[in-house]
Design a binder for this molecule. Structure first.
Ligand code: 1CP
Length: 352
């Protein structure tokens, strides 16, 4: 721990929040998407016999699981343990998270009547989220908590396809076949995601991230017409709160500057784009987050360390850089390697 770390007494002054605001930092802040979960033996122990969605509704368990990677790795942020489909479950959509598969929807959404059956989200419906965030903020002290939600396109893909999809064909058929119905669905999803973000921010989350994981499946013009307005609406739900907004998707090299215009302070970059190229495409008004290939955590340390150094160096060209993976931690990752990456990022970014 450096002298600076000892002085950090508020979340607003933490390296993560400062980087998101493009202010100077004592070291490059680092956290990992999907840092809680199956790569950790302590996670597997506490989850034993408890279904994923049930665990998300238990504030004691959510608090413990969210804290596990912070204790173990010394990351610069916690991410709230939940899932992008939790608010859909909360409004009454019949869905389950099937181990090894992901979210599965009992009755996929394909008609106007299906869309009209999805109610708006009210904060009362996710009171367990408010409770868990409050518990966490008290435990975390100056370490910021990141709240999150799924973006309308990605949520719509699960709802329309009925589960995880490679090609998003039913989603695209609906989008192009009945744009009005598509907009009605996504407007409702933007309300749900926006409220979910707002609940977390009002309970004390210091930063929010909107995940549009699968939006890289769209061409630019389709992104502009069918996804961007709805992501903008979701992020606007927290615009009046003092929380920096991170926006991330996979395979979004073509979309990065557009994603910034959705209302992001920080644009998450996936590992398929060189970080320096992403920074050039985005320009100086955004901070960036990323973008180590999660599969490189399986490479020999020398190769991995060299790539970590390249990313830290490239990140200096941005107004703010938050080190992360270019997508989530893979389940078979050695957690010891993650800890070593955190230490390495901190060490090399302090050496100025
Ligand atoms: O540390 C953390 O980040 C944990 C919290 C977290 C987050 C941020 C979970 C727990 N899910 C998510 C977000 C999430 N969920 C996203 C966006 C991030 C990303 O792109 O990875 C997406 C697309 C989902 C949907 C989802 N939920 C999937 C992917 C399925 C697909 O389409 O390929 C899966 C496997 C889940 C289940 C899930 N969510 C979280 C966990 C720990 C699990 C596994 C639970 C289990 O199987 O018991």
């Amino acid at each position: 721990m450096s002298a600076y770390d000892l002085q950090v007494t508020t979340v607003a002054d933490s390296p993560l929040v400062r980087a998101a605001r493009r202010k100077s930092v004592p070291h490059t802040p680092v956290w990992f998407m999907r840092q809680a979960g199956r790569s950790l033996p302590e996670y597997k122990r506490v989850r034993e016999g408890i279904a994923m969605l049930d665990s998300c509704m238990r504030p004691d368990l959510v608090t413990e699981i969210t804290l596990q990677p912070v204790r173990r790795h010394g990351v610069d942020a916690a991410i709230f343990f939940s899932d992008i489909v939790v608010p859909l479950k909360a409004v009454g959509v019949d869905l389950d998270i099937v181990p090894g598969v992901g979210p599965v929807i009992a009755e996929p959404v394909r008609t106007r009547a299906d869309v009209e059956r999805i109610p708006e989200l009210t904060p009362d419906a996710v009171s367990y989220v408010t409770e868990a965030v409050r518990l966490l903020v008290a435990e975390l002290g100056p370490t910021p908590l990141i709240g999150f939600a799924g973006a309308p396109f990605t949520l719509a893909s699960y709802l329309v396809e009925g589960g995880p999809s490679k090609n998003h064909e039913k989603t695209k058929a609906l989008m192009h076949g009945d744009p009005e119905l598509w907009d009605a669905l996504c407007a409702r999803l933007a309300q749900i995601s926006g409220t979910f973000l707002r609940v977390q921010a009002q309970a004390g989350a210091a930063v929010v991230q909107l995940f549009d994981s699968w939006v890289g499946a769209l061409q630019r013009r389709d992104y502009v017409r069918f996804a961007l307005p709805h992501s903008t609406a979701a992020l606007a739900a927290v615009a009046d709160l003092d929380v920096p907004r991170i926006h991330f998707g996979v395979g979004t090299g073509e979309l990065l500057p557009l994603m910034g215009t959705a209302g992001a302070d920080v644009v998450g970059v996936d590992y398929r784009v060189e970080l320096g190229d992403a920074i050039e495409r985005l320009g100086p008004e955004y901070a960036v987050q990323g973008n180590l290939d999660p599969a490189l955590l399986f490479a020999p340390w020398e190769a991995l360390a060299a790539r970590v150094e390249d990313i830290v160096t490239a990140g200096r060209a941005a107004g703010g850089h938050i080190f992360n993976l270019g997508h989530g931690v893979l389940p078979t990752t050695d957690p010891g390697v993650l800890t070593r990456v955190v230490e390495h990022v901190h060490e090399i970014s302090q050496r100025e």
